[in-house]
Design a protein around this ligand. Sequence first.
Ligand SMILES: Cc1cc2nc3c(=O)[nH]c(=O)nc-3n(C[C@H](O)[C@H](O)[C@H](O)COP(=O)(O)OP(=O)(O)OC[C@H]3O[C@@H](n4cnc5c(N)ncnc54)[C@H](O)[C@@H]3O)c2cc1C
Length: 279
Amino acid sequence: MLDAETLKREYVNEAEAAGAMLEPDGIGIHAAKLAFGYINMARKLGAKIHPSSPVMGWKTVDGVHHLTTPGGTVKARAVAVATAGYSPPGLHPKLKQKIMPILSNSIATRPLTDDEREECNFKTHLVMTDTRTLRHYYRQMPDGRVQIGSRSAVTGSDAENPKHLAQLIQGLYRKFPALTGIELDYSWWGWVDVSHDMMPRIFQPDTAKTICYAMGCGGNGVMYSAQAGRRMAQMLAGDGAGLDLPIFTSPLPGHPLAPFRRMGQRMLYHWYYLRDELV
Ligand SMILES: Cc1cc2nc3c(=O)[nH]c(=O)nc-3n(C[C@H](O)[C@H](O)[C@H](O)COP(=O)(O)OP(=O)(O)OC[C@H]3O[C@@H](n4cnc5c(N)ncnc54)[C@H](O)[C@@H]3O)c2cc1C
């Protein structure tokens, strides 16, 4: 545990922090490079990868799965589903309303000047997160920018609403007052897959055990998904015995109020915001 003085002197002068818990093994990685690394390795091992081929329909006939894509139909004995927060509703009945896609947004400043870096006393590139319920996640990037993200809009149609960007920018200024007014070079957002009990699952929902899904990692999926892929492969190869943690032995739970969950999420976000900022 680091007290505020040690944190600010030896790691970063984060104005809101009252101290920190240091996990020295935690690292930040370039997620897109990791994804391209996986693609290269999979191709070398003989896997065929078809990007831009969304599965738009799924029928199972005599135990064979027929997956319709814009370019044709794929017939498969087994299907592993890893569509996370981007899963289309209605992809498969076993996945109906099991995942709650939640938006995460991020911004990156221009590279800091030496003076700005000194004022923020940025001595680390470690990834950081605060303890709000609607938490911020932030770090100094290898090229000297500061990146910060948080939860944002409730619905995709509201994602571009400038108020969400403004809220994130205010979060940046409060943590690093020396960066007030700094130009932003990048801003982006995307969906993460949250399950109704906040627990991920790697599960075979059909009695024939020809389907497997790995979902519900709640936006912490870069590391989780690598393991999940391996476990899904084991399960579909019939090698899943011994995987007896709860995440392997139960399906993603549904929710009786699923059709109204956006309304509930909106109310919860207000409550979390009040609790985070005012209490
Ligand atoms: C802004 C933001 C910041 C994040 N920050 C972090 C972080 O700091 N740390 C962390 O661990 N995680 C973070 N995450 C979450 C992380 O990106 C995800 O948890 C992780 O990418 C999940 O990996 P995945 O392979 O399971 O799914 P994804 O990477 O979401 O991939 C799902 C794939 O399925 C494809 N797909 C969807 N529907 C279909 C279909 N019908 N047919 C065919 N393909 C389909 C999609 O095109 C996509 O390529 C962040 C996410 C966002 C959006």
